[in-house]
Design a protein around this ligand. Structure first.
Ligand code: GLU
Length: 405
């Protein structure tokens, strides 16, 4: 008999993390691989943030902290929510976790009972369904079409809500599509949610700071304040400050929920790293002006990638408002034949073909619940993005129409 618990059978390893590892492995083996699977900025963590960590170490801040975060970091988070999102939280209404991932996990573990439903708009970030499943909940997927920029419509939300719905997960700008909800779109979703007081809202705002063309960013509790007492607003320093390895995420929400999440954390990991918390405090309270340059640089890359992909045979790609992902369709490649005689039947076949023929690593849309698409992270140098897109163009041009049977 297996030693493993039944719950392990419900989940799979994170496909994004597996592909990031695969690209690193191939690179280490000397392959000329271009890895566009990983959702992490290629910039170094700014020095003022590193200095915050050095100072903390020198000052002996190397011991346990309060489970839910140091007073300094909580204060910085409360100020951030007030300044950026017009949301007021008290001390017992915020929590710091080991990455946004742990915060989301704690929230679902603290609230979801057996069989309760979690509404997830597809395409979704890979870990939402598996976290819901680990918490013994039922992910309920709502497909969001490319025509609607992969965003959830109020009608589809209404139809997905049942008496068993516990949460709606919203993610704007989205991983994997980069699409972001406007203020009006959030208000329209909010109007539906107001009619269903048993539904809680988990707003994953991890890419808030990475938006382009002056996109006006809003989060749902700000747009629809009546929902604030059943909304968990999740954010973190990983993407905006290029701090993926430091593992600091945070959330604001009702005290009862935050207390329950802190209780779970107290019995699992205790506090997030004290040094990382000091660095995150520096990140949130320091000069934010570098962000403008970073976004400018991401935007240039987005524009090149979108244009080069749209020039590839069989690929079409929207221009998203934020994050550093594009989610092109490869529908025009399905049914075609590779030079060595394999027929591309799915987006997984297509990304496998890109890997084998051109050594470009992307994540297939099947990992995000909407096919036939694939995700490219353009948080890479312009040079490697141009080279990767040229390789994709070449791979697409080498496909031939399938001979009639
Ligand atoms: N969030 C990033 C991504 O989607 C990092 C990997 C992960 O945690 O999924 O690529």
């Amino acid at each position: 008999m297996s030693i493993l618990a039944d719950r392990l059978g419900r989940i799979k390893p994170s496909p994004t993390l597996s592909l990031i590892a695969k690209a690193k492995e191939l690179k280490a083996a000397g392959e000329d691989v271009i890895g566009l699977a990983g959702g992490e900025p290629d910039f170094d963590t700014p020095d003022y943030i590193k200095q915050g960590a050095r100072d903390a170490m020198d000052a002996g801040q190397t011991k346990y902290t309060a489970v839910g975060g140091t007073p300094e970091l909580k204060k910085a988070i409360i100020e951030k929510f007030k300044k950026d999102n017009d949301l007021e939280y008290a001390d017992n209404e915020v929590i710091v976790g080991t990455g946004g991932k742990q915060v989301l996990y704690n929230a679902l573990m603290a609230t979801v009972n057996l069989g309760e439903e979690v509404i997830i708009a597809s395409p979704y970030w890979v870990s939402y369904p598996d976290m819901a499943l680990l918490a013994e909940g039922e992910p309920v997927f709502v497909s969001c079409s490319e025509e609607n920029s992969f965003k959830l419509s109020p009608e589809d939300l209404e139809n997905a809500i049942t008496p068993k719905t516990k949460w709606l997960i919203l993610n704007s700008p989205s991983n994997p599509t980069g699409s972001a909800y406007t203020r009006d779109e959030l208000a329209a979703l909010g109007a539906v949610l107001k009619k269903h007081p048993h539904v809680w809202i988990l707003s994953d705002d991890m890419y808030e700071k990475i938006v382009y063309d002056d996109f006006p960013y809003y989060t749902i509790a700000q747009v629809v304040p009546e929902l604030k007492d059943r909304t968990l607003t999740v954010n973190g320093v990983s993407k905006a400050y290029s701090m993926t390895g430091w593992r600091i995420g945070f959330a604001g929400g009702p005290a009862e929920l935050i207390g329950a999440m802190t209780k779970i954390q107290s019995q699992s990991t205790s506090n997030p790293s004290s040094i990382s918390q000091a660095a995150a405090t520096a990140a949130l309270t320091g000069d934010q002006s570098f962000l403008k340059d970073w976004c400018e640089s991401f935007k240039e890359r987005r524009d090149v990638v979108v244009s080069m992909l749209n020039d590839a045979d069989g690929i079409s790609c929207l221009t998203p408002e934020g994050a550093f992902y594009v989610y092109p369709s490869c529908a025009g490649c399905i049914g075609k034949e590779t030079p060595d005689g394999k027929v591309i039947q799915s987006d997984s076949d297509f990304t496998q073909y890109l890997l084998e023929s051109e050594k470009v690593v992307c994540v297939p849309g099947s990992a995000f619940g909407l096919a036939p698409y694939f995700r490219i992270s353009y948080a890479a140098s312009m040079e490697s993005l141009q080279e990767a897109c040229a390789r994709i163009q070449r791979a697409c041009a080498s496909l031939s129409k399938r001979a009639a049977a």
